[in-house]
Design a protein around this ligand. Structure first.
Ligand code: EPZ
Length: 470
């Protein structure tokens, strides 16, 4: 298992390029199940979630190959399998996106329920509601969704839920409706660019979808989808993460290959916080020379502030000149990053679906633990702004959703090392010596012996332990 060791205080300067969108690539890969022939996808990022879904698709009779030019080739060579096993789905809940394509193409599916995760309760009731409306017979037994349909038929479906629209729910129902008999309308559909990208991909294969990007989709069912070559859109969440990295380190960073129209809310809020953002076509240059301005921000379904950017914004606001409020209306429990930021000196607390952030003048490096994908990115941003060294553990969360993010950041001045997670790789600056432990009222000779993993370390701080000779 790896961890990141970060030397904070390095302003980012230079240019970075945004990769392909994870949350577009995943449903598009799944939709290739419904295609006849070989699908070629370009711009699919090289990250763990893509690798996991590739395994799921192979277990479903697909070949999935990464070619020399970076493209992904997918082909359904055996259409008999229909089981997406728990051992794979539990690693990535987005595997549930295979449900719609399996039903529409193979008329049956057995997909493990995805289970929960650290950002909150994540049911799939709306997915199942939409598929049932299309005529699928669905039961849930032993942790699996069993679904089959002799022929899906068009229906009028409302897909909104108590937290707004559902992104992967819309993807699943859309991927099923395109091969249903007759016309389907989906109201309360998700408008996220990743859903639009899936719809554009399906239309390129011969589907007939209108209304993409609006809450009302209309689908005229067709009998077959033909495989195509397709390029996935850039990742707006990675783009937002990079823009915030430039701001939090008080640098000047050019971020290329982004769609500014998909980042309107993020750019607006960063400008409100005091960042300068100059836009040139598909590039944006971010700079920030003073402390952030505190704000009240709410994460909402698109086109609002993405919930996937909430933690990263929180990191930036820990250094604001005053009190900020960050509310998440999509995942009200998505605040596991707050206690870790407190370890770095942030003054934050949670009040229900809100994080209350009282800005501090600086963060200090510490050992912290990632809890989910975007929380790990937020802790990386905070550690780059902090004074001193930080260690971020459980970065397998980061690797699920970012394509070697530390390489990109190091190319513009960050100092991040990926090392094996063990005591020998802990920076001595994060080791407490007796001086650190000593307090004005306690004689250091009364201090307990240092932890075993410190014994024998050849460092000046360790010398203090040895000289006290206890
Ligand atoms: C997608 O998750 C993204 N994942 C998430 O990104 C993102 O945070 C989320 O959309 C919201 O934008 C992928 O696209 C792979 P939802 P998804 O269904 O589809 C409730 C990341 O970091 N809901 O839009 O699972 C749900 O509990 C990931 O890249 C129901 O109630 O999210 C939530 O409160 C994390 N019933 C809200 O809707 C349902 O059947 C939005 O969830 C489905 C969802």
């Amino acid at each position: 298992m790896d961890m990141l060791v970060v030397q904070g205080g390095q302003p980012l300067r230079g240019r970075v390029t945004v990769g392909g969108a994870k949350n577009a690539a995943l449903p598009i890969m799944a939709a290739a199940i419904a295609a006849t022939g070989t699908t070629i996808l370009r711009g699919v990022p090289d990250l763990v979630d893509v690798i996991t879904l590739s395994h799921v698709l192979r277990s479903l009779g697909m070949t999935v190959e990464r070619c020399g030019d970076g493209s992904l080739q997918l082909n359904a060579v055996d259409e008999r399998p229909c089981l997406a096993d728990y051992e794979l789905v539990r690693r990535m809940r987005a595997s549930v996106c295979v449900l719609g394509p399996l039903l529409s193409r193979r008329r049956r599916a057995c997909v493990s329920l995805p289970g929960g995760c650290n950002i909150g309760h994540r049911p799939i009731d709306l997915h199942l509601k939409g598929l049932r409306a299309l005529g699928a017979e669905i039961t849930i037994e032993r942790g699996y969704v069993f679904a089959h349909a002799d022929r899906l038929r068009g229906a009028d479906i409302y897909l909104g839920g108590s937290f707004g629209s559902t992104v992967t729910g819309t993807c699943n129902v859309l991927s099923a409706a395109v091969l249903a008999k007759g016309t389907t309308t989906i109201s309360g559909a998700a408008c996220e660019p990743e859903v639009v990208d899936l719809g554009d991909f399906l239309n390129a294969m011969g589907a007939k979808i209108t209304g993409l990007g609006t809450p009302l989709l209309q689908i005229q069912g067709v009998s077959e989808l033909n495989s195509v070559e397709y390029t996935v859109i850039p990742d707006r969440i990675e783009a937002a993460t990079l823009l915030i990295a430039g701001a939090i380190t008080r640098g000047e960073l050019e971020v290329d290959n982004l769609r500014t129209s998909q980042l309107a809310a993020v750019i607006d809020i960063l400008r409100g916080i005091g960042a300068t953002i100059d836009i040139q076509g598909e590039s944006a240059c971010v700079s920030m020379s003073s402390a952030p301005v505190p704000i009240d921000v709410t994460a909402l379904p698109y086109p609002g502030i993405p919930t996937d950017v909430q933690a990263q914004l929180t990191a930036l606001l820990t250094l604001a000149q005053g009190i900020s409020v960050v509310t998440d209306k999509v995942f009200p429990d998505r605040f596991m990053h707050l206690p870790e930021m407190m370890r770095m000196g942030a003054n934050v607390r949670r009040e229900g679906a809100c994080g209350i952030i009282s800005g501090v003048t600086h963060l200090s490096g510490a050992c912290v633990m990632a809890s989910d994908l975007r929380a790990s990115a937020a802790l990386l941003l905070a550690s780059m702004a902090a004074k001193g060294e930080s260690v971020i553990r459980r970065i397998y969360h980061l690797d699920r959703g970012y394509d070697h993010l530390e390489r990109k950041l190091n190319s513009v001045g960050a100092q991040i090392r990926r090392v094996t997670d063990n005591a020998d790789n802990l920076p001595t600056s994060l080791m407490l010596s007796l001086e650190d432990q000593a307090s004005p009222v306690v004689d250091s000779s009364d201090m307990p012996p240092p932890p075993k993993y410190l014994l024998g370390r050849s460092t000046t701080r360790q010398a203090t332990f040895d000289s006290s000779d206890h």
